[in-house]
Design a protein around this ligand. Structure first.
Ligand code: ATP
Ligand code: MG
Length: 223
């Protein structure tokens, strides 16, 4: 970590949308107000009411990279994103219990999933989450042909591209609208605090203070 990195404000990486929106109240509880609305501004670096803390806006999937490589000291990332990224070089001190949803397998209503996953069979699965899907079917002893997609996974079983999808589900209304059914829940998903290893040592006090404030805010919200 360079001298320039050490003298800059403590930098928190967030993605626009639900993670930003749901982190904001936790920051506010820690006495940190973000004064600009990212949906209205084009700025990628946002000051806060504390001169020594700033927010940088990055793509959700880029948060682990920014934090691991020191572009940010701390970040908030979904468990899905962390599992796909690997997250080996990241300290993960806290489940913030925000942006909650689940990772599930879904198929067409008329697809016999139970028969398809019998030991020794093969299944074609389309997903953005290839690491999670590979691990899940390996654990079940099912041979899987993974098809990597970047969006609109619901379309894959409808067009014959795949037998099943592995995707995030919250209400299930998107699946329902496309005549798909959730046939298996793989895991619950929420967003975690991630911390750069060097920052944890070299900016120990400031980082600790922020982690503790997040922990108190998370506790207060769930009790
Ligand atoms: P974009 O939607 O801009 O392409 P993204 O999908 O990576 O980007 P978000 O939709 O903001 O970003 O999702 C961020 C995180 O929120 C995901 O990594 C996941 O952990 C969680 N998430 C995704 N979809 C939902 C949902 N429907 N309900 C609750 N949490 C969700
Ligand atoms: Mg999204």
């Amino acid at each position: 970590m360079s001298a320039a990195t050490l003298s800059r404000p403590l930098t928190l990486a967030l993605s626009k949308g639900r993670i930003f929106d749901e982190t904001l109240p936790l920051l506010a509880a820690a006495g940190i107000e973000v004064t600009e609305d990212p949906e209205k501004s084009r700025k990628l670096i946002l000051p806060t009411s504390q001169a020594d803390v700033r927010v940088v806006l990055v793509r959700a999937t880029d948060v682990p990279t920014y934090v691991e490589q020191g572009g940010a000291d701390i970040g908030v990332a979904g468990l899905d994103v962390l599992l796909e990224h690997g997250g080996a070089g990241l300290y993960q001190p806290l489940d913030l219990r925000i942006a909650r949803c689940r990772m599930s397998v879904a198929t067409r209503v008329d697809f016999d999933y139970a028969a398809a996953v019998r030991q020794g069979s093969r299944i074609r699965v389309a997903t953005k989450y290839t690491q999670i899907a590979r691990q899940h079917f390996a654990d079940k002893g099912v041979h899987v042909d993974l098809i990597k997609l970047y969006g609109s996974m619901e379309l894959a079983p409808l067009t014959g591209l795949a037998d099943a999808i592995v995707d995030l589900v919250s209400t299930g209304s998107t699946l329902k609208a496309n005549q798909l059914v959730e046939v298996e829940r793989i895991m619950d998903i929420s967003s975690r605090l991630v911390v750069n290893q060097a920052a944890l040592k070299l900016r120990r006090e400031a980082v600790r203070r922020l982690i503790d404030a997040f922990a108190r805010a998370t506790e207060a919200r769930s009790s």
